[in-house]
Design a binder for this molecule. Sequence first.
Ligand code: NDP
Length: 239
Amino acid sequence: MRTVVVTGGGTGIGREIAAQFATEGCHVVITGRRADVLQKAVDEIGGSVRAVTMDGTDPEQTADAAREIGPVDVLVNNAGGNTDFDRDEPRTLREVADAWRLNVESNVMTAVLMTTALLPAMPSGSAVITIGSIAADKGAGSYGAAKAAVASWNVDLARRIGDRGITANIVSPGYIADTEFFRDKLTDDRKHALIDAAMTRRAGAPSDIAATVRFLASPGARQITGQAIAVNGGEWTTR
Ligand code: NDP
């Protein structure tokens, strides 16, 4: 049975991805910084799920986690979020620099470090799937820029690992409700505006993203690599 790693798998989109792979019978490893949140997810999901508590921005913790996890068939780089929601508006240039670094660390470094650490032990037929964002295309300060950087990195990654039989793709969500992403900062007006902006006139759900991730990890998707797949209800279209 396949081993699947879902970073940030204790909450929101990552938790649903972990639960769906566990339902398939996969061995699932979820990571995150909060041990209690991870343990709750392990208990609730059931099946073969275990937690590794770690900060994905830290190279040493990532190396230790990779050693503990061992060979992996599917890596889902889901950890991240808009770190600006956790801080006040930057006033000084120092605060601007700190805010940008935090979003890059949180969204780019977490994916780059975990992928680099696990790749040597990923066999042919494996898949790396990284959660991007509609923000990369629409623009959203340092968060959107960090998600755009992740998409560019993915193209190079796919090129480097293609001949090993490993695919690398981005899943780019639009507005997804029922996660911790927006903290308590999403007003009803903004929420309705986001729903109205989607052709489907509904918010996305973690299960929408999980279904696409599972497809990209399936045998039918082996010729799909280096791509960013939008799952946004038509809020932002590609050709
Ligand atoms: P959540 O905040 O619920 O999930 C983010 C998860 O990432 C948390 O479990 C968090 O756990 C973990 N995480 C964050 N930073 C680190 C870190 N440094 N090391 C380890 N784990 C970390 O939000 P979502 O489920 O919505 O977000 C999942 C992904 O989807 C993110 O990459 C986000 O940017 C993306 N996304 C979400 C959208 C939405 O509308 N919800 C839209 C577009 C993209 P902990 O804090 O315990 O470490």
